[in-house]
Design a protein around this ligand. Structure first.
Ligand SMILES: O=C(O)CCC(=O)C(=O)O
Ligand SMILES: [Fe+2]
Length: 330
């Protein structure tokens, strides 16, 4: 049990986690329990999301402060980690293992993920991915071991989430319900803020040109590839990055070489987050990139299990693409 309160980490501290203390964990457990039982107990029901939004304002002050600071400045790593959230592994059902698994029922862990997500911004999902569910299960699926998706268990290439999509998420949230058996399977993370100093001026120039095309990931149904785009966009001193090393295609030899240089630099600067139950990581999907190390699923109900959520900072910006003013984007 954590008993003393550390200060809320400042963005300059990098990916320093915020360890919630016992009392804070209890407060969040109370909110999540309230949200999980009240009708309608369905995550994707707009009335449930509205209740969750209201209750999220009652999260402990230090959690809200960490989220607010992170939204203002995601730091050099673009990562925020909250630890000691109320996830009780002993009362979880078996880890699901069907394809495109999602969490429709308002369970306590789903409520925790959504409460925290809604203090960072607006929860979002995509109609053509995992049936538009707001809380998605990241679990290994038998027969999909080799797939470049979160159902696989071979190494997953570094990627910006839905890099091909014109309204990709601003943040990706990953709440751990169960670690893998060995406790070593992890989310690989790296950021362009760490990587930019490792690149030559020439490589940066090539990456800043519209010399790349990106295809949708395997989890997406019914969408096409992008128009030619740059990999580095925005202020040259602090750019956003848009790349998926499995799905971004260079148009020429120089673009291919620059992409390889970028990948090497990301790997050099990468760290592995081996999330434990009750730990939630956010990845700033504008400046940070993520993937996954390999691990060995057993399909015995005890496999690695994360809840994934997406966040947009500005709901209004996506209004034309959200039918009925809901949370699901076309
Ligand atoms: O399994 C992980 O840690 C991350 C998988 C992933 O890239 C995702 O779910 O978006
Ligand atoms: Fe991902």
């Amino acid at each position: 049990m954590t008993t003393s309160q550390q200060p809320v980490p400042a963005p300059g501290d990098g990916a320093l986690p915020l360890d919630l203390i016992h009392g804070e964990r209890r407060e969040i457990a109370t909110l999540a329990a309230e949200l999980a039982v009240g009708a309608p107990a369905l995550v994707d029901d707009p009335r449930w999301v509205a209740r969750a939004r209201g209750l999220s304002c009652r999260l402990p002050e230090r959690a809200r402060e960490a989220l607010r600071r992170y939204r203002h400045d995601p730091g050099p790593d673009g990562i925020l980690i909250l630890r000691n959230l109320p996830v009780d592994e002993t009362v979880l059902p078996p880890t699901p293992n069907e394809p495109d698994s999602v969490e429709r029922a308002a369970t306590v862990p789903a409520a925790v993920a959504v409460l925290v997500t809604l203090q960072l911004g607006e929860i979002a999902a995509y109609r053509d991915e995992k049936s538009g569910a707001l809380v998605q299960n990241v679990v290994p699926v038998p027969g999909r071991e080799e797939s470049q998706s979160n159902a696989g268990s071979i190494p997953l290439e570094l990627h910006i989430e839905n890099a091909f999509h014109p309204r990709r998420p601003d943040y990706v949230g990953l709440l751990c319900l169960r670690s893998d058996h060995s406790g070593t399977g992890g989310t690989l993370v790296s950021s362009i803020r760490r990587t930019l100093p490792l690149l030559s001026a020439e490589t940066v120039e090539v990456l800043s040109g519209e010399r790349f095309t990106t295809s949708p990931p395997p989890s997406f149904h019914g969408s096409g590839a992008t128009a030619p785009h740059a990999v580095l966009v925005g202020d040259p001193a602090d750019p956003d990055v848009k790349v998926d090393f499995h799905a971004t295609h260079p148009h020429d030899e120089a673009a291919k070489f620059a992409l390889e240089r970028l990948r090497t630099a990301f790997l050099e600067a990468a760290t592995v987050l081996t999330l434990r139950p009750g730990e939630m990581a956010f990845v700033d999907n504008r400046i940070a990139i993520h993937g996954r190390t390999a691990y060995a699923p057993r399909y015995d109900g005890r496999d690695r299990w994360l809840h994934r959520t997406f966040v947009h900072v500005d709901h209004r910006r996506t209004r034309p693409y959200r039918p009925g003013d809901g949370s699901v984007l076309l």
